[in-house]
Design a protein around this ligand. Structure first.
Ligand code: BGC
Length: 753
């Protein structure tokens, strides 16, 4: 039987109703047994179960550490995200967790954002699709909470920063990944962010929260605040926030007072309380008994981590390691693996196998030796000794595996990185190593993108990001080729921090940040400026090779024939980009709109068909202040990465594009249709001449097909003139009545045409 929440709510005291809008602890909502209100338990997420804070009753503190989103995004594979989400959800559910606080899906606008390890990509389509599949995986057994809504793109000043973003950029770039998830995957909850968006805190934002999320997208799940983010509780609730976390009794008092004073009428309180209870009940409704097999999850994750890693360089096909007898392994990160980022996503991971141990185990037939070479905090004589010991090992090795990357202290929630570089002592060691042995393979462990200019000292570079508990095991799989790396970069590898499109707008500790680069984020900016990058978005190599032998492109689907002539199975990532050419504002060129990971077995071939749905053809419309279906010319391209085009086709995307003719329609708009040209010829010509040239010159100009012959300046002036100007500038010759007649005629021909 359906519960009548309003009636239930009315039976509770005002004090109890108000108390429900804040948590009972850092990880629980309140329970009122006599009123049938159950408490839900939530915990971070998304890299594992943060058992130290979750009092979900099972007493577990440790967790399997799942790969970070920065690595998972390189899969370009919805199935992988779904699988990882499934294990994480199962793990959480088996411990009594109702809501996993993740995924975190803010866009990588600023590559130095301290929390980029937790985020997916610089591209909203990739982010939304992959994080959506992750949500679907979690929600097979428990609830998921997508965070942080929205525009939380850096950590310095994250609790107060006022992000100024125009609406087109907001909708297309920063909200659209949330939109994909909300519409397709229906997450149980969404967490609002700390920052302000255009002057209003995200948790009480009338545009992003009230209009877009609750009204336009009709989102009916639980909206919770980030921890400690609420500014004004009444405004927040009115905009659509359900729950303030963690516990804030002072806001309960404020809420009560507002009800008693009539500022927040009781009916309003009741309606919001009923919504809150219904949403919490929905989450409780997922509860069921499950069994989580940690070993099974770990083994699967080890394969996934290897597969997601990105092979950036592989000179002379040095990888996978074949026929090598002596393997030297170097770097502190090879024995103390960097597996996750800092902050609330950090879990107490079960002892993770390190890279060196895993390599030694896999390459038992070889001599494997470890030497530190470099370590954080070692200087002077100590550092020199480390280097000389390591060089002795290197001289005696067939191949040198160097684990490099960012030390844990450099990237975390709460602050941004200061530099794009890996620490200088790592590079100095690499250069010294290069002098004695050129067979160098760099395994890179970092959460945020780093400057890869050191790659010239290595024959192979594998971007491993942060792989969680299975980091070591995955390294052995990559090096041996048991699981070849098949990842593609989900962010551009740029040469220097000054290249970021947001660079001119980012101060170290600002109060306000203007998103002046607009739609031009990541590869969209680098492509539009044809800028040099080290590796483009979407880039990644394979041990084998796949060729695109046929490509057919229509606006409904793409058909591709892939052939693998190599000795390795290849998981190829097909990327589809769309460039909207008929837009009323400048756009950044080709944008990723679809992607598909396809296994092409060694020596085999595959035909792939990828449907293009309406999501691929949405753009922001200034007239309606919303995303809308695009129609007009578009170039659709199949690419290997954001820079490498395999095939492209110029098409006209059909659509019900009705022209909205009114007094302010430009003559240039009329010139785009035969009816418009006819009207100019038959009804407007003489008044246009009068309006632009005045009485005395009218005769000296002749027009044909809506254009003045031999008078380009006149044509430019005319194109940019609104219809109303004919009334204003024709000294009464063209009246408002005549204008209305013309408009009626145009509208009719649009309906019938
Ligand atoms: C973070 C959230 C997290 C919450 C609870 C906040 O500081 O921004 O992502 O879910 O803490 O730990």
């Amino acid at each position: 039987m359906n519960r009548n929440y309003i009636e239930d709510v009315k039976r509770m005291s005002v004090a109890d109703r108000c108390a429900l809008f804040t948590g009972a602890s850092g990880s629980r909502t309140k329970e009122f047994e006599e009123s049938g209100v159950r408490s839900i338990c939530m915990t971070d997420g998304p890299n594992g179960i943060r058992g130290d804070v979750a009092d979900c009753g099972t007493g577990h503190t440790k967790s399997l550490c799942y790969p970070s989103a920065c690595l998972l995004a390189c899969s370009f594979d919805r199935d992988i995200l779904n699988t990882v989400g499934y294990y994480l959800g199962l793990d959480a559910r088996s411990r009594g967790v109702d809501l996993v606080l993740g995924p975190a899906i803010n866009l990588k606008r600023y590559p130095l954002c301290g929390r980029n390890f937790e985020y997916y990509s610089e591209d909203p389509c990739l982010t939304g699709e992959l994080a959506g599949a992750f949500v679907a995986g979690i929600q097979r057994t428990t609830g998921a909470c997508v965070k942080h809504f929205a525009v939380n793109n850096r950590e310095n000043k994250r609790m107060s920063l006022n992000c100024i973003v125009d609406r087109c950029t907001l909708q297309e770039t920063y909200l659209s990944s949330f939109a994909r998830i909300v519409k397709k995957y229906r997450p149980d909850a969404i967490m609002t962010s700390y920052n302000k968006i255009n002057g209003e805190y995200a948790g009480e934002n009338r545009y992003s929260l009230k209009k877009v999320l609750r009204r336009d997208w009709q989102y009916d799940g639980l909206v919770i605040s980030d921890w400690g983010a609420v500014n004004n509780i009444v405004d927040s609730i009115r905009c659509g926030l359900d729950l303030e976390m963690p516990v804030n009794d002072s806001n309960t008092e404020i809420l009560k007072k507002s009800v008693y004073s009539g500022e927040f009428p009781e009916e309003e309180l009741n309606a919001h309380t009923a919504d809150l209870l219904r949403r919490l009940d929905g989450i409780c409704g997922r509860r069921k008994d499950v069994r989580f097999d940690q070993e099974e999850a770990y083994n699967k994750l080890a394969d996934i981590v290897a597969e997601c890693s990105v092979l950036l360089k592989n000179e002379g096909k040095i990888l996978p390691l074949k026929g090598k007898k002596r393997i030297g392994v170097f770097g502190e990160l090879a024995i103390k693996p960097r597996i996750q980022g800092g902050g609330c996503a950090n879990v107490q991971a079960y002892g993770a196998e390190d890279v060196f141990t895993a390599v030694r185990l896999r390459f038992q037939h070889c001599e494997c030796e470890f030497s530190l070479g470099f370590a954080e905090g070692k200087n002077g004589k100590q550092a020199e000794k480390l280097v000389s010991d390591a060089l002795a090992v290197a001289q005696n090795s067939d191949v040198c595996i160097v684990a490099m990357g960012l030390p844990e202290s450099l990237e975390s929630e709460g602050y941004d990185r200061k530099s794009l570089k890996v620490p200088g002592w790592q590079i100095r060691f690499l250069k010294a190593l290069y002098q004695v042995n050129k067979n160098i393979v760099v395994m890179l462990y970092n959460g945020g993108m780093v400057c890869l200019d050191f790659e010239k000292y290595a024959k192979a570079v594998v971007e491993c990001y942060l792989g969680g508990s299975a980091t070591g095991a995955a390294a052995a799989k990559i090096l041996s080729g048991d699981v070849p790396p098949a990842g593609r970069l989900a962010e551009t590898a740029v040469r220097k921090a000054e290249d970021f499109s947001c660079c001119p707008y980012v101060a170290e500790n600002p109060d306000v940040e203007i998103y002046g680069e607009g739609l031009f984020v990541g590869y969209k900016f680098y492509n539009s400026r044809n800028m040099k990058v080290i590796y483009p978005f979407g880039y990644g190599l394979h041990y084998g090779e796949v060729k695109y032998s046929e490509v057919e492109i229509t606006d409904k689907k793409i058909r591709i024939h892939l052939v693998n002539t190599s000795d390795y199975d290849v998981k190829e990532t097909v990327q589809i980009y769309v460039n909207f050419l008929d837009c009323s504002y400048a756009r950044p060129g080709a944008e990723l709109k679809e992607f598909r990971k396809v296994l092409v077995p060694k020596g085999g071939e595959r035909y792939v068909e990828i449907a293009l749905n309406s999501d691929c053809f949405e753009v922001y419309d200034y007239n309606t202040d919303s995303m809308t279906d695009y129609s007009g010319k578009a170039e659709i391209s199949v690419r290997k990465n954001a820079r490498e085009i395999i095939a492209s086709r110029l098409l006209t995307i059909p659509g019900e594009k009705r022209k909205h003719y009114d007094r302010n329609t430009l003559i240039g708009e009329l010139l785009k249709t035969p009816e418009g040209i006819e009207i100019i010829e038959n009804k407007l010509k003489q008044y246009l001449i009068k309006a632009i040239l005045g009485n005395f010159n009218a005769d000296y100009l002749s027009m044909k097909n809506g254009r003045a012959i031999g008078h380009e300046r006149f044509n430019s002036m005319m194109e940019n003139m609104p219809l109303r100007a004919l009334v204003n500038l024709s000294s009464g010759a063209f009246s408002n009545e005549m204008l209305n007649e013309v408009l009626e005629h145009l509208r009719e021909s649009d309906v019938h045409g």
